[in-house]
Write a protein that binds this ligand. Structure first.
Ligand code: ADP
Ligand code: ZN
Length: 726
């Protein structure tokens, strides 16, 4: 048992406490606001996307307030994971759930009563049963309860995708413990569910924090899934570094794909509801601990997984709706580092999904499901910015383009397919509007299938007039016509194509048809390009992290997040002092791991005749710079800049210093990127800086700054100079 952290410790600022306990330098957007509210005992409703940093919103107050913070969490696996992470930061956390034996339960309850615990994780059913409520009442009167944090709060709503009846009982907490603040947290985006949460949990004048659902570090792309898609997938898996999840529609497909990848030498395990609990648990643990790199899974996988360093998520089959896709793909890059989301689109899969929907007993349910699937296909076929489509689905608008999706990077060309559309539609007419797309395409391509012969459709004038196009191309056209509402389709489960007014206009040559030809691959950003010595040290540090993690039986990211290791590899800190500067190194991590990590880094530096490079992440020496290429990190900054974020906001989102962001922008300006200087440096400051630059020519930065005075930052001077030179 960890000693209780003393809440009487005084910190000069919330940032000081953040660095001390968690090792981070800055809050993520929204965190500070919630934490301040919770410290004042105000209720809060926190809506942040996955990876937004919800946990910190109650974890930090738990360490600064007297009493126990009670965290209600629906999944035991998730609970244990959080408790492990906290304990590794030297924080007194524990959990109570049905998986524990009697002795352990007694021990933990005793520690709670003795006031040795800051954070208690508990399942709703455990909390709400008589013993649980008694324990709470006892704690309330003795050591105190600092708040109730309801994690995954959307589970309280029938309108959510994950309703749990046990969550309903939580409403009684408010009556029994009126003086304790309730903090509800969720990543669910829809307004309906948000309102339901506030109502069901009887939140009292809550602070409502809705963060943007824009996951700026994720790259989104859609690829066509053709005959050779398995090879494409394998290629992609090889190109990516780090852990990945591949989602498939059914158990059968999971098994097949996992097997095939295994045979081809990939490190992979399957996960679906057809496997025994034990196997599922084992596979999950091996994935979380980086013993295996890939998880091929149905959507059953992921809810309880808190692995922050998943580098890519591939949907090999089409997801059922956009919200589901957003949540599943959002399991990539929770740590804020760049990650990649790919969706493979095959119309056969859409048909399968549609068939599954038609098996649903309820007509209303079918209707909704169909509509959602159609929206999903719309997303996949979109020729505009993917992020715009996603965010508009959640009622949010993105200003400008994201520059982080396939369509932004490589806009698909529009082609005039009027002639093809006329062939297609006249074929629909000749078949008397009684058939679906597959049949129409068969006729167009001159098929001699029995069904065609029986119907005498081989005698139609349109039979065989479309041999010059592939089945996939005809499908692309057909779908495109549907999405543009240029033809209709019946929705009674047997999709039959019907002509509408627009179809007739096309047939009468009154309306041209444009199709976005989606058969192209995005030139996605390459993986992080590190200098060789950085890559090598990074891999050494990863091995060390894995050893330490295995010794303690925890996942590697619990020891250090990926970003911290990368910063270590870049800056090569050899003293405890410089090691403590790394973002992610708090006091406890410094004590626990500082020595062994700096030893290893020193050894590496000695072997290769290298020194520490304390400014590597920050500095940009003009002489060196010209030889350095613009890497992912610069592009990432640029993408956020294009989304309208200020230097400070980019810095906070990326967990970097504003000066680093400024140096990225400076580099980009030098490389010819157009950047609006007015957004970075106030126009009157620009004028002053320009005047001095003109006057002093090539003088050193320090001299220029001395002339300007201390109100002018080095960053501003460098940005103005870069623009002037460009
Ligand atoms: P959520 O529950 O919203 O999905 P988490 O609370 O699990 O997100 O946080 C996601 C990741 O971000 C974790 O690895 C966490 O340690 C990290 N994180 C949270 N807050 C910060 C911060 N202020 N600076 C850097 N990293 C942070
Ligand atoms: Zn985009």
């Amino acid at each position: 048992m960890v000693e209780k952290t003393s809440p009487t410790q005084v910190f000069p600022s919330l940032e000081g406490a953040l660095k001390h306990f968690f090792g981070y330098d800055q809050f993520r957007p929204g965190q500070r606001r919630v934490i301040e509210a919770v410290l004042k005992n105000q209720d809060a409703l926190v809506i942040m996307p996955t990876g937004g940093g919800k946990s910190l919103c109650y974890q930090l107050p738990a360490l600064l307030k007297l009493g126990v913070m009670v965290v209600v969490s629906p999944l035991i696996a998730l609970m244990q994971d959080q408790v492990d992470s906290l304990q590794d930061n030297g924080i007194a956390a524990t959990c109570l759930n049905s998986a524990l034996d009697y002795d352990t339960l007694c021990q933990r309850e005793a520690a709670l009563r003795a006031g040795q615990v800051n954070l208690l994780y508990v399942s709703p059913e455990r909390l709400m049963r008589p013993g649980g409520v008694q324990l709470l009442e006892h704690l309330m009167q003795t050591v105190g309860v600092s708040g109730f944090a309801i994690d995954e709060a959307h589970c309280v709503s029938e309108w959510g995708h994950d309703f749990r009846p046990e969550y309903r009982q939580l409403s009684t907490l408010r009556e029994r413990f009126p003086q304790v603040a309730v903090i509800a947290l969720t990543a669910t985006a829809t307004e309906r569910v948000r309102q339901d949460i506030a109502q069901q949990l009887r939140l009292r004048d809550p602070l409502i924090q809705v963060s943007s659902f824009n996951r700026a570090n994720l790259f989104y792309e859609v690829r066509p899934k053709g005959r050779d898609s398995y090879q494409t997938l394998r290629q992609q898996v090889k190109q990516h570094q780090g852990s990945g999840i591949i989602y498939c529609l059914s158990r059968k497909r999971v098994d097949e794909l996992a097997q095939r990848l295994t045979v081809d030498g990939e490190s992979v395990l399957p996960y679906h509801a057809g496997l025994s609990d034990q196997v599922r648990r084992d596979n999950q643990t091996r994935f979380i601990r980086d013993d295996v790199r890939l998880m091929v899974a149905t959507v059953a996988f992921g809810m309880g997984i808190n692995k922050p360093d998943v580098r890519f998520v591939i949907h090999y089959d089409i997801p059922r709706n956009i919200e589901g896709y957003y949540q599943e793909s959002g399991r990539a890059g929770r740590d804020g580092e760049p990650a990649h989301c790919t969706l493979y689109l095959a119309y056969g899969d859409v048909a399968t999904a549609d068939y599954l929907i038609s098996q649903k007993p309820d007509a209303e349910e079918q209707r909704i499901a169909r509509q959602q699937l159609r929206q999903m296909v719309d997303y996949a076929e979109a020729t505009v910015c993917r992020r715009q489509v996603q965010l508009s689905y959640f009622g949010e608008t993105l200003n400008g383009l994201c520059h982080q999706c396939d369509n932004c990077i490589n806009p698909p060309p529009l082609e005039d397919w009027t002639i093809e559309a006329q062939k297609f539609l006249s074929c629909v007419a000749r078949c008397q509007e009684r058939f679906g797309m597959t049949h129409i395409i068969d006729v167009l391509r001159g098929s001699k299938k029995q069904k065609i012969l029986d119907l005498k459709h081989d005698r139609l004038s349109t039979h065989g007039i479309g041999k010059d196009r592939s089945v996939d191309e005809w499908r692309l056209l057909g779908r495109s016509l549907l999405h543009q509402r240029l033809v209709d389709e019946t929705t009674d489960g047997y999709p039959v194509l019907k002509l509408n007014a627009a179809s007739w206009q096309i047939l009468r040559q009154q309306l041209p048809v444009q199709v976005a030809v989606a058969q192209r691959f995005a030139d996605a950003p390459s993986e992080m390009v590190d200098r060789p010595e950085v890559a090598q040290l990074l891999s050494i540090l990863k091995t060390l992290r894995k050893q330490l993690a295995d010794q303690q039986s925890v996942p590697p990211y619990v020891v250090f997040p990926e970003s911290a290791l990368r910063q270590m590899a870049q800056t090569r800190p050899q003293t405890l002092e410089s090691f403590s500067q790394v973002s992610g190194v708090g006091r406890r991590k410094l004590d626990q791991y500082g020595q062994v990590f700096t030893d290893r880094i020193r050894q590496f530096c000695a072997d290769y005749g290298l020194e520490s490079d304390p400014g590597a992440a920050r500095r940009s020496r003009p002489g060196r710079e010209r030889h350095q290429r613009v890497g992912d990190t610069h592009r990432h900054t640029l993408a956020l800049y294009h989304q309208g974020l200020s230097v400070e906001a980019i810095a906070s989102q990326r967990g970097l210093r504003p000066s680093t962001i400024a140096s990225h922008l400076e580099r980009l300006i030098r490389q010819g990127e157009t950047v609006d200087l007015d957004r970075l440096v106030a126009p009157e400051d620009q004028r002053a800086i320009q005047a001095v630059l003109t006057e002093m020519g090539d003088s050193s930065l320090t001299d220029i700054r001395d002339r300007l005075g201390p109100t002018y930052s080095y960053e501003a001077i460098r940005l103005v100079r870069a623009c002037q030179r460009a």
